[in-house]
Ligand binder design. Structure first.
Ligand code: PLP
Length: 402
């Protein structure tokens, strides 16, 4: 009989969104007439940009013609045309990333979870709390020691390193899911200095970079000097261009990133990651890569930004309601998430139940993202405009009568 990886048995039994779905289904069964508004799961709702659809169709057509048909892609790292387009995109906001340093994937979640394969299980993992659950779960699955840096009201939900504590691998996410906070250049420089002092590697999740409007906020960790010697960056077209159902993202592993193995030899992280991917991943489909490349064209950028602006306006509407009601929050600017303190000092699941029962609005309890999320709550701006306005009216009624 095979033994199982018992670390899996230590994971939370129910994933956050399964708990939410159960409560929502029970509410719907008991209140079939209620007009439920979902502002919980961070999934997009607007359709793909027309240029993206066109490029995907064209790619599919090419697959149906002998002369242009494509099987496995040689490198598995992505077609040159897409890696070049991503590299040019990085250049447009001041990050120097070569096409060879970019690997195309089926979305950031896979790489965020899989990157742990190339690091030893004895590493100390530092995760900011609250955090996107993959960072914690993927390390718990291999039994690693996880320590936390607190993101809280005092530091504006932007955790900074504690020099007295050592870590080997550091997960940072900016703009942050769930808190909507962003790191400034100065703050990222502090993290880079900390990583270098500890010979640590930063895994930087930039899945929401396209929502940054403030020109002073870095869109990539590679906008900061010294990052290439200590950081890996994951990015995704899921939220940038509505690719949650298409699946495409990219990971940057700089050539300069080296780690010393136990026998003293210098190991290239890019080489290890390439080796891992070569064994376990066969690349992204050609039509999807064509669609992804269309995102980075001039017309593609124009079209995807129409959708992003729509979500940003939703975020502004939510943030405006919070401000009006005197509810403390982070995010809403440079981010599609609004992270607010539950009114009346309520617990986050308690507030979840109240919102569901009284105003039929679904959000995400902050507690599901870590201990510092207790008493906080996440709303997303990815919904429909009318629903967002309606939800905020109901929210205002609820909170002003509390
Ligand atoms: N990183 C963060 C912070 C996210 O919030 C998400 C999705 O919600 C992802 C990564 C993964 O996105 P995908 O796998 O769709 O690219």
């Amino acid at each position: 009989m095979p033994s199982v990886n018992e670390n899996f048995l230590k994971l939370e039994k129910n994933y956050l969104f399964i708990n939410i779905a159960k409560k929502v289904n029970a509410f719907k069964a008991a209140n079939p007439e209620a007009k439920l508004i979902r502002m919980g799961i961070g999934d997009v709702t607007l359709p793909l940009a027309p240029v993206v659809v066109e490029a995907m169709k064209k790619g599919a057509d090419e697959m149906g013609v002998k002369e242009t048909f494509k099987g496995y892609e040689d490198s598995g790292a992505g077609y040159d045309f897409l890696r070049q387009a991503v590299s040019d995109y990085y250049k447009s906001f001041g990050a120097d990333v070569a096409p060879e340093e970019i690997r195309i994937n089926d979305g950031a979640k896979s790489d965020c979870g899989n990157i742990v394969d190339i690091f030893g299980d004895d590493n100390i993992i530092l995760v900011t709390d609250p955090a996107y659950p993959v960072y914690v779960d993927s390390n718990k699955m291999s039994g690693r020691t996880i320590i936390y840096a607190d993101s809280n009201e005092e530091n504006g939900f932007a955790a900074m390193p504690d020099d007295s504590v050592h870590a080997d691998i550091i997960y940072l996410c900016s703009p942050n899911n769930p808190t909507g906070s962003v790191y400034t250049t100065e703050q990222l420089k502090v993290w880079i200095d900390y990583a270098k002092k500890n010979n640590a590697v930063i895994i930087y999740d930039a899945a929401y970079e396209a929502f940054i409007t403030d020109p002073d906020i870095p869109r990539s960790i590679f906008c900061i000097e010294g990052a290439k010697e200590c950081a890996i960056e994951m990015c995704s077209l899921s939220k940038t261009a509505g690719f949650t159902g298409v699946r495409c993202g990219y990971t940057v592993v700089p050539e300069a990133l080296k780690v010393t193995a136990s026998d003293g030899t210098e190991v290239s992280i890019a080489q290890l990651w390439g080796r891992r991917q070569g064994s376990k991943f066969n690349g992204v489909s050609y039509p999807v890569q064509c669609a992804a490349a269309a995102v980075f064209t001039e017309e593609g950028q124009k079209q995807i930004h129409e959708n992003i602006s729509y979500y940003q306006e939703n975020a502004r509407i939510i943030a405006e309601t919070m401000t009006k009601l005197g509810v403390k929050f982070t995010g809403g600017v440079n981010s599609p998430y609004i992270w607010f303190k539950c009114p009346g000092n309520m617990g986050s699941w308690e507030f979840f139940d109240l919102m569901l029962e009284k105003i039929a609005v679904v959000g995400t309890p902050g507690e599901g993202f870590g201990k510092n999320g207790e008493g906080w709550f996440r709303l997303t701006a990815f919904g429909d405009r009318d629903n967002t306005i309606e939800a905020m009216k109901r929210f205002e009624d609820l909170v002003s009568n509390m």
